[in-house]
Write a protein that binds this ligand. Structure first.
Ligand SMILES: NC(=O)c1ccc[n+]([C@@H]2O[C@H](COP(=O)([O-])OP(=O)(O)OC[C@H]3O[C@@H](n4cnc5c(N)ncnc54)[C@H](OP(=O)(O)O)[C@@H]3O)[C@@H](O)[C@H]2O)c1
Length: 326
């Protein structure tokens, strides 16, 4: 029986990983790791241990769900112990030796790992689940995307801000720069000299790696919204070839992990309230850009649970692929 450790087991993603292991029927001994603050806590019959240098002895796989700085600190210990790590932070995503994987899109890249596999950014996973069929059919040239990102994307602190502000609008925010209740904040991550945030760069840089499209251009605006869970994205895509919307819709209807919700006459379209706490990405509002007579430019709206498909369940799917190959 293999041993699977979850590093960051008390956080939003780590807790979901434990659920996903059960749902995806992954068999193994489970070890929960977090900071010293959480040592001794019980989660679903498991006692949380403090993450230390010795935590990874006898562990086969690590599901990483910590911030970058913490991940960079424990990673060498896991490597020394010979574990295979599937990590959710952005610490290793662009490392050329680390596969960056969405199993429905590039499962074949898993085999190239050298002990670390990275899980992509949550908005990137959700966008690419909606877009990879379009790329297969008509070659995507460029993407313009606006995200509407839930507070739980900032972990337990983000949820805490909205909870406190709903009781008292004057409560001091801890996760966000401003009040998020009854507001939207057009900043996720720090700005660079061009006025682009670190979160906004991820969709282009990670999208290029996952789709094996080194010239893909993405112009992204990331916005935090007062939604508990599930990110939404409004996306306009320019393809290299003219798009047949019916052909694309048919592909989406058959696409693994995608639900087509595209019936505007009956007010059917994706909404985050419907994608919460399940693994599928909903896609709809599919239409041509009327300004492009060549019909190469299309728009869509998509939603997905960023703690599940955007993080935990994608990581556990990667683990399932690895364990099948053993
Ligand atoms: N939330 C999302 O929707 C989402 C989506 C995709 C990717 N991610 C990424 O996934 C990672 C986890 O995100 P999250 O939202 O789950 O964060 P979170 O809710 O803040 O959880 C962070 C986890 O890290 C642990 N931790 C903090 N300091 C530690 C230390 N010194 N040693 C060991 N463990 C420590 C925490 O343990 P304590 O409880 O003991 O402090 C907690 O279990 C991040 O890299 C994030 O960017 C998040």
């Amino acid at each position: 029986m293999k041993t699977i450790a979850i590093a960051g087991a008390t956080g939003a993603v780590g807790r979901q990983m434990l659920e996903c292991l059960k749902e995806q029927k992954i068999e193994g001994n489970v070890k929960l790791l977090a900071s010293a603050r959480s040592a001794g806590k019980e989660i679903d019959g498991h006692i949380v241990e403090e993450l230390t240098e010795d935590s990874f002895q006898g562990v086969d796989y690590v599901l990483g769900a910590c911030e970058n700085d913490v991940t960079k600190k424990w990673m060498p210990w896991a490597q020394k112990a010979g574990c295979v790590v599937i990590d959710n932070s952005s610490a290793f995503r662009l490392d050329p030796d680390v596969p960056l994987v969405v199993p429905e899109i590039n499962a074949q890249d898993i085999a190239k790992h050298n002990g670390i596999i990275a899980n992509p950014n949550c908005s990137t996973i959700i966008a690419l689940m909606a877009l990879h069929d379009l790329d297969d059919l008509y070659d995507i040239e460029s993407v313009i995307c606006t995200t509407f990102q839930a507070v739980s994307g900032a972990g337990v602190k983000g949820i805490g801000d909205l909870e406190r502000e709903l009781k008292d609008e004057k409560a001091k925010p801890e996760a966000f720069a401003y009040q998020i209740a009854f507001n939207v904040i057009p900043q996720i991550g720090g700005f660079d000299e061009n006025g682009i945030t670190s979160e906004e760069w991820k969709m282009q840089n990670e999208g290029r790696k996952i789709l094996h499209s080194p010239k893909l251009n993405v112009n992204c605006t990331c916005v935090r919204v007062p939604v508990w869970r599930s990110h939404s994205e409004s996306i306009t895509v320019k393809c290299k070839k003219p798009v047949d919307l019916d052909v694309w819709r048919e592909r989406l209807a058959d696409s693994k992990g995608v639900v087509l919700r595209d019936d505007p006459a009956n007010n059917i379209y994706p909404m985050p309230i419907d994608t919460t706490n399940q693994d599928k990405v909903f896609v709809g509002r599919i239409r041509y850009d009327q300004a492009d007579p060549e019909k190469k430019t299309v728009s869509l709206f998509c939603c997905g649970d960023q703690i599940r498909k955007g993080a935990a369940s994608n990581a556990v799917q990667i683990l399932a692929c690895l364990m099948e190959k053993q």
